[in-house]
Design a protein around this ligand. Structure first.
Ligand code: TYD
Ligand code: MG
Length: 453
């Protein structure tokens, strides 16, 4: 960047866009607190709003030839699945997740596989080139053709990208990059946003597929920048229980494919391995049916998944009984217990209730309601639900059992895995029998509990 073109930094409000030359705690525009972040002051181009003479030409939508963008396989099948079939040229993807979850590992595996046919660049800001080489060695992948760059300064990373024009580049991580123009520390909202925006523009301009690694948890808690999500085409989250070896990559936003598609991996000593039959993962293999366990069929993207929901109901000793949910929504638990009492006559007010989804999986959909309640009733009564039973269904406050999307696929997956009985919402009952599985369709929560006796 030449001296003349060197931009000045200003402070802009993330809420209303008001600017100031100095940092202020309160925005002078909208009076919000702590919304002023550093930004680069763009010298307003004079021609920019010079009049209608320069207005862009319009194109009727029907005249635009729409083509499916050709896919580039990432070399990691489960990653392809999460991406909706692979990368697209010029795509900018953010992959977020807790430290140590396996982001660098999966991307190195992918780059190594892609480097056989494409030019690749791995920019490491967190680890030295030796550390990356060591990991590659450990993974046992062919990395001879992967170009490495240990750099954290944005302008130099840009220069390398412009010079090499790789087809695929990984920035590990966006939080370590910084631009000289901004005074903020690397990893700050201002730096992360500016670096991501500049790299995105560059990637689009030269057709490089860019993968940004971010330390962003789904809650956006760490390092804050949910801001990144708006800049990039695709947001993937890497999830998993640090205590188990299973990892999920979930598409959260995808301009080139479906969202909520997941890739399932197991972390091994030789890196991440794709898991082809994930349903087997999330079931704890009891020798016989035990109380407090209910197998649910959840739906992840286009793939049904069997997950075991466990509940433990025990006499409460404290003033207020405890309600704790892991992997399913905590807030729904109290609501479900109220519905259970009111509409099925099962009281838990003097009981502690703990609910857990086995295998560290997180289930966000309300179809977990019925399985959660069945597991709770089973634990409360000390009676197993019966072997080979699956369930799903949302429970409403009026005590009704509501249908879940893609009921047929769920039932077929359950039948495929040897389950013989399904307790499901009436509206999900299939018109034609599914071989090997008996359907018990209920309309009300009370009916579902009555089935258990
Ligand atoms: P890493 O990819 O460095 O995580 P991130 O980039 O998301 O911070 O993964 C680090 C963890 O993975 C580390 O705890 C060790 C483990 N691991 C394995 O179990 N096997 C392997 O082959 C590799 C490379 C890492
Ligand atoms: Mg890493």
């Amino acid at each position: 960047m030449t001296k003349a073109a060197r931009a000045k930094s200003i402070y802009a409000c993330t809420e209303c866009g008001a600017t100031a030359t100095k940092w202020q705690g309160q925005c002078p525009g909208c009076a919000q607190w702590n919304t002023m972040v550093e930004a680069i002051a763009e010298p307003a181009a004079r021609s920019r709003h010079a009049g209608v003479a320069g207005a862009s030409a319009l194109t009727p939508l029907a005249r635009i030839a729409a083509r499916e963008a050709p896919r580039m396989e990432s070399g990691v099948a489960e990653l392809d699945r999460a991406l909706g079939g692979g990368f697209v040229s010029g795509q900018v993807a953010l992959i977020g997740g807790d430290p140590g979850i396996g982001k660098s590992t999966v991307l190195l595996q992918s780059l190594a596989a892609m480097s056989a046919a494409r030019s690749t660049l791995y920019v490491t800001g967190e680890e030295s080139v030796e550390q990356v080489a060591l990991r590659a060695q450990r993974l046992g992948v062919e990395t001879a053709a992967v170009n490495l760059l240990a750099e954290t300064q944005l302008e130099r990373v840009r220069a390398a990208l412009e010079r090499e024009k790789p087809e695929v580049a990984v920035i590990d991580s966006i939080h370590t990059l910084f631009s000289d123009v901004l005074a903020s520390a690397p990893g700050s909202v201002a730096q992360v946003r500016e670096c991501a925006a500049q790299l995105t523009r560059l990637a689009k301009a030269q057709g490089t597929t860019l993968v940004l690694v971010g330390h962003v948890t789904k809650e956006g808690a760490l390092a804050g920048p949910r801001v990144l999500e708006h800049i990039v085409d695709t947001v993937l989250y890497f999830e998993g229980d640090p205590n188990s070896s299973f990892r999920l990559i979930r598409a959260f936003k995808n301009r080139f494919g479906p969202v909520n598609e997941i890739g399932v991996f197991a972390m091994t000593e030789k890196g991440l391995r794709g898991v082809t039959n994930p349903s087997a993962l999330f079931l704890s293999h009891h020798r016989e049916a035990v109380p407090g366990s209910c197998i649910m069929v959840t739906n992840e993207g286009t793939r049904p998944l069997l997950v075991e929901i466990q509940a433990l109901v025990d006499d409460a000793h404290g003033q207020t009984p405890r309600r704790l949910a892991l992997g399913v929504e905590q807030n729904r638990l109290a609501m479900l217990l109220a519905a259970l009492h009111r509409h099925a006559g099962v009281a838990c007010y003097d009981q502690d209730v703990f609910v857990n989804a086995v295998g560290g999986v997180r289930i966000a959909e309300p179809a977990a309601d019925l399985p959660v309640l069945l597991a709770i009733v089973s634990s409360l009564r000390g009676r197993p639900l019966g072997e080979k039973l699956v369930a799903f269904g949302e429970v409403g406050l009026a005590g009704e059992v509501r249908p879940a999307p893609r009921g047929q696929e769920r039932l077929r997956e359950a039948a495929k895995l040897g389950f013989t009985r399904a307790l499901i919402p009436k509206a999900n009952a299939p018109r034609h029998a599914i071989e090997g599985i008996e359907i018990v369709a209920v309309e009300r929560l009370a009916d579902a509990i009555a089935v258990l006796r």
